[in-house]
Design a protein around this ligand. Structure first.
Ligand code: FPP
Length: 243
């Protein structure tokens, strides 16, 4: 397979390390999140340039409400200011933005800003940026089951393909590559269903420092992986085919 074929269609990212990045510089955690937005804008552009079709980022998890109130309100304000600051550029660069997560508990002003980003970019086709906001992988499975039941899907008709249609990311292929920055090696309730066969790359880089070089290193790592989806390796498959 040539290298062009090994570019992942869909990359999921846990943007971890903003707080530590700020702490190292004796600045409040919020400053780390602000620089994290700049890193995100750069990575989305770099992904588009490399032919990646979908990028999905964990911006605010269902569990993040438990952080100090000041940090939560800082992240909410950041969502609003990010839309004001970057939306025009995103529209111009062909980025289609979608928000995934439970909107019902998001404050109206934040929700309005996020929905403005969705609305203004809905005709864009160059790259799809999904922002997981008040999202949790378990929430996603539960809400999909609830919707399927409400639709009258019979228990025996509820198979994987049917449930997938009710999941928050039903518009996208499953992530091929799952990147987590910040040195921790866990999934943290992100895209539990969708990442079943993702390749994982864990980077020690703190998210605000994650740029093109780090992205290319992750892409090179991904390109070397032998994806099996529960089957035998491609080398074994070739040997079996010859036998
Ligand atoms: C994890 O770092 C990061 C987050 C909880 C938030 C990530 C959010 C952004 C980069 C900006 C989001 C964009 C919008 C539109 C709001 P951490 O705080 O857990 O870092 P630490 O592990 O070093 O403490």
């Amino acid at each position: 397979m040539d290298s062009a074929q090994r570019v992942p269609r869909h990359i999921a990212i846990v943007m971890d390390g903003n707080g530590r990045w700020a702490k190292k510089r004796f600045m409040p955690r919020f400053v780390g999140h602000k620089f994290g937005v700049d890193a995100l804008v750069g990575v989305v552009k770099a992904c588009a340039d490399r032919g990646v079709e979908y990028v999905t980022v964990f911006a605010f998890s269902s569990e993040n409400w438990k952080r100090p109130a000041e940090e939560v309100s800082g992240l909410m304000s950041l969502a609003i200011s990010t839309v004001s600051k970057h939306l025009t550029k995103m529209v111009g660069e062909g980025v289609r933005i979608r928000i995934v997560g439970d909107r019902s508990h998001v404050a109206p002003a934040v929700r309005a800003a996020l929905e403005r980003a969705e609305e203004s970019t809905r005709h864009n086709t160059r790259i799809n940026l999904s922002v997981a906001f008040n999202y949790g992988g378990r929430w996603d499975v539960v809400q999909a089951c609830q919707k399927a039941i409400a639709d009258g899907v019979a228990p025996e008709a509820l198979d994987e393909a049917t449930l997938s249609r009710y999941m928050a990311m039903s518009f996208a292929p499953d992530p091929d590559l799952f990147i987590r920055t910040g040195g921790e090696k866990r999934v943290s309730n992100f895209l539990l269903w969708q990442a079943a066969y993702s390749e994982f790359v864990f980077s020690d880089c703190l998210w605000p420092d994650f740029g093109e070089a780090e992205l290319d290193a992750a892409l090179a790592d991904y390109a070397r992986r032998d994806r099996r989806f529960g089957l035998v390796s491609s080398a074994d498959a070739a040997a079996l085919a010859k036998a």
